[in-house]
Ligand binder design. Structure first.
Ligand code: SAH
Length: 290
């Protein structure tokens, strides 16, 4: 899988993908990242990438021409041309937003106005061959770039960053570890926070105790390692006694407990999607004193 990142700050990425799993995945040739300096696609003396917003107001906007050139240098053409008179109407109907173009790399605009980037979105993205990430700056990117070239706008959370670079790095890191072969154990992505439920798990692991149900969209259970006692706190007894079934049950309960406390919205979602079994539901009732 290959990522192409378009940015006005290529230096931002120096070092950021050179650690841990992400570095190894690249060394093994499973994934690669290309960084593209937007300023190389300008033609004026000042290498201008931004301009004042039409209609007035704060800040600057990334101009469309250099971005279009950068995309075209990656072999990405405009999507279906839209008659100018129909453009607003089409935009209102969502006719040309978030629509993929077959056989072309996925073009993603990093944007606080985007759809939420979730683990589920990352799993989908990990199936793609090539993804282009456009990093905005200032007040953002001229909207016509979104209309003409992008398949989706993606937000990494409900807050405003000063640029899309950090967001793009988050996407690359998250997606990369889900590319088959990158994590030592291919299944391990299923059993961590926001993992899929039983029905979607088609891989199995041998020997090691794990949740019987997949993470099912719940948060991960707490982890412990040596020493068995630290700061006056003992690691939970159940983890030391080697009874794998007991360990599984305890971990599942801890997942439910933590998710209920920190992310009750996820419990509700899990309830609706039917990934919780009768034992889970009884445990939740007990926790909530029902
Ligand atoms: N005026 C915009 C914010 C611009 S911030 C607004 O209010 O929505 C500048 C750039 O940072 C954006 O173009 C985008 O590329 C990036 N960015 C900011 N917040 C982001 C987020 N939550 N997720 C992804 N990208 C973000």
């Amino acid at each position: 899988m290959r990522f192409e990142i378009i940015t006005i700050f290529p230096g931002f990425f120096a070092g950021i993908f050179e650690h841990g799993i992400v570095r190894r995945a690249q060394a093994e040739g499973l994934v690669s990242v290309g960084i593209h300096d937007l300023r190389t696609f300008t033609h004026d003396r000042h290498r201008t990438v931004d301009d004042r917003p039409f209609g007035g107001g704060e800040g600057m906007v990334l101009k469309p021409e250099p971005l279009a050139k950068a995309l075209e240098s990656l072999g990405i053409e405009m999507k279906r041309q839209i008659e100018p008179t129909h453009r607003n109407e089409a935009a209102m109907n969502g006719a040309h937003t978030d629509a993929s173009v077959e056989g072309r790399p996925k073009v993603v605009l990093m944007s606080a106005q985007g759809r939420p980037f979730t683990q589920a979105a990352a799993r989908e993205m990990a199936k793609l061959e090539q993804v282009v990430l456009i990093c905005g700056r200032y007040e953002g990117v001229d909207e016509r770039i979104n209309e003409l070239y992008c398949d989706m706008e993606l937000s990494i959370g409900d807050y405003v960053l000063s640029g899309g670079e950090l967001a793009a790095a988050v996407v690359v890191d998250t997606v990369m570890r889900l590319v088959p072969g990158v994590l030592g154990n291919e299944a391990s992505g299923e059993f961590e926070s926001f993992g899929v439920g039983d029905a979607e798990i088609d891989m199995d692991m041998e020997g090691v105790p794990r949740s019987q149900h997949g993470a099912g969209g719940l948060l991960d259970y707490p982890h412990y390692t040596r020493p068995a006692e630290f700061g006056g706190l003992k690691a939970p007894e159940v983890l030391l006694n080697g009874d794998h079934q007991e360990i599984r049950r305890w971990r599942r309960e801890q997942q439910l407990r933590k998710t209920l406390r920190n992310r009750p919205d996820l419990i509700e979602k899990a309830q609706h999607s039917g990934v919780l079994n009768a034992t889970d539901l009884a445990f939740i009732d007990k926790l909530s004193g029902r």
